[in-house]
Every structure is written in structure tokens, then in C-alpha cells.
Design a protein around this ligand. Sequence first.
Ligand SMILES: [Zn+2]
Length: 104
Amino acid sequence: MGRLLKCSFCGKSEKQVARLIAGAHGHICDDCVGSCVAILAATPPHPLDDDSVLASLPACNAAVGAARDVLQRRVDDLRTRQVSWEQIGKALGVSRQAAWERFR
Ligand SMILES: [Zn+2]
């Protein structure tokens, strides 16, 4: 039996994460991709010229959309498992009502 693949960032094995994406020299799990997106969104990049910032917008926009899709699919999955809006809201740090309105 081969060794389990692991996320190169957090060390979780392929059995502990929903998705593990292969790279040339390592792997990254879906949770770490989400963390990376959040970090990129929250921290100012080093100064770039206008054209470089403009050129980065499509990839940034695609990443935001992809992250939103991942979040929605996870919430949908939890609802399929009968997990309550109360629990989902608590996990996201919002009210039951806010979670329901955002993801129903
Ligand atoms: Zn990871």
C-alpha cells in the first residue's frame, strides 16, 4: 500500500481533507486554498503598476467566485446531512438567520 499524500502546507493527509490538489513539488488541500484566498484578500500586495494590477483582476475575480462556490457546496452538503442552520451559522460566526439568508 502506498503512502498517503499530504497537504504540503498543513500536513493533513488526503483522507483528512475533501480535496487535495497536486502540484509539481507538493500538494495543497482545499482548506489551505481557502486560507490562501483569505490571506490574499486581506493583505495588501506589494506595489504594482496600474497595468499589473489591472492584469491581475480576472484571476482574482475567478478565485473569489471559486471560493464562493466551494463554500456554497459545503453548506449544501451540510444541509443534505441535516446539519442545522444554527450549527452552520455558529461555524461561520453569524446568526442562524444570516446563514440561512446567505446560503439557502
Ligand atoms: Zn492543507
